[in-house]
Design a protein around this ligand. Structure first.
Ligand code: AMP
Ligand code: FES
Ligand code: ZN
Ligand code: ZN
Length: 332
């Protein structure tokens, strides 16, 4: 194992940059990259996330996780024969959003991936900061609603097969545990590697389902990916229940390497059970036609309340025009 000066990679003579305990591997930079690509490829196969000829919309925030995801999917898309299009939403959260936008533009240019860039302020005359000032709703919940809507409309208009999100193992497991403890079982159904498309709802895939946070961090670092290195100013304070659970899971992982992946796979096996009833009661919004739980979707309701009119129809129009300009869809 030892070679005097440094530890050698399990596959070559190069120095080790990381030890993957659950796989019993010591890896150099090149073999770590290959290991992550192979791992995501296996995840895609195991959970049938993507098929040949699929069009995948990758939602990229500019943070390390979704940036790494785009980089990995861009490499695998050639091998597996699917199409990758990136989506970035400029949320209008001051300097944070400005930096994120620059980062994603550079990444897509470097990778040669088409980018759909949506500027919230330009589209509805208000960014998240403005909406938060008018609303009693917590910033992250409001922002999540807006992002989900814009992602879904873009994917729907693009006729994409799925939206790829940058959530990884350490994002998902704490929410799964929390939902189980509180017996919100259908919440677990939203946290798996895949949710199916249905009519105007475009399914989500999570190709980093079995990749840990430290692995995405290392990947972004070794690939020198441009990332926005600060977190959103609205990010929840440390000390949440999810943080406590994450610490607990990481402690178990240290003692039992492989525990987190085994847990994630066990949950995925029961996904059909957790997903039961998830889409029940979903119909189409009377205004914009997107998924809704009543006659008005959450986005139309929000914009009606805060900006005086349901803005779904305008947004759909704007996005359609943007996609035609980018030549990603044909003019009808
Ligand atoms: P979050 O909702 O912040 O947990 O982010 C979850 C996932 O949503 C990320 O991993 C990205 O895939 C996507 N995402 C978050 N923010 C943006 C954004 N501004 N533009 C595009 N995609 C985003
Ligand atoms: Fe949405 Fe922070 S990115 S609230
Ligand atoms: Zn090596
Ligand atoms: Zn609507």
């Amino acid at each position: 194992m030892s070679c005097g000066k440094f530890l050698k990679c399990s596959f070559c003579e190069e120095p080790v940059v990381t030890i993957v305990r659950y796989a019993k591997l010591r890896l150099c930079k090149k073999h770590f990259t290959e290991f992550i690509h192979r791992k995501v490829l296996k995840t895609i196969e195991r959970y049938r996330l993507v098929e040949r000829g699929c069009r995948i919309l990758v939602a990229v925030s500019g943070g390390k996780d979704s940036t790494a995801l785009l980089h990995i999917l861009s490499a695998l898309s050639k091998q597996l024969g699917f199409e990758v299009i990136a989506l970035h939403i400029d949320l209008g959260i001051g300097e944070y959003s400005k930096k994120a936008r620059v980062v994603v533009e550079k990444l897509c240019k470097d990778l040669g991936v088409p980018l759909v860039l949506l500027d919230l302020k330009e589209m509805i005359g208000a960014g998240i900061t403005d909406l938060v000032a008018k609303s009693k709703r917590p910033a992250c919940s409001l922002c999540g609603l807006v992002k989900r809507y814009l992602m879904n409309v873009t994917a729907f208009e693009l006729k994409a097969h799925a939206i790829a999100l940058g959530h990884h193992l350490d994002d998902l497991l704490p929410y799964i545990v929390k939902s189980f403890v509180l017996q919100n079982l259908s919440e677990i159904g939203k946290l798996g590697p895949k949710t199916e498309s249905r009519e105007v709802f475009i399914g989500r895939i999570r190709p980093l389902y079995e990749v840990s946070e430290s692995e995405t961090t290392l990947y972004a670092y070794f690939q020198s990916l441009p990332i926005v290195d600060e977190s959103c100013p609205y990010t929840a304070r440390k000390g949440s229940i999810e943080d406590e659970i994450r610490r607990f899971l990481n402690n178990v992982e240290v003692k039992r390497p492989g525990f987190k992946i085994a847990f994630a796979r066990a949950v995925a096996k029961n996904m059909e059970f957790y997903k039961k009833g998830l889409m029940s009661g979903v119909s189409a919004c009377n205004y914009c036609g997107m998924p809704a739980l009543s006659n008005m979707c959450a986005f139309c309701k929000l914009t009606y309340r805060l900006l005086g009119k349901p803005m779904g129809p305008e947004i759909r129009d704007r996005i359609r025009k943007t996609l035609i300009e980018l030549k990603l869809v044909a003019q009808q």
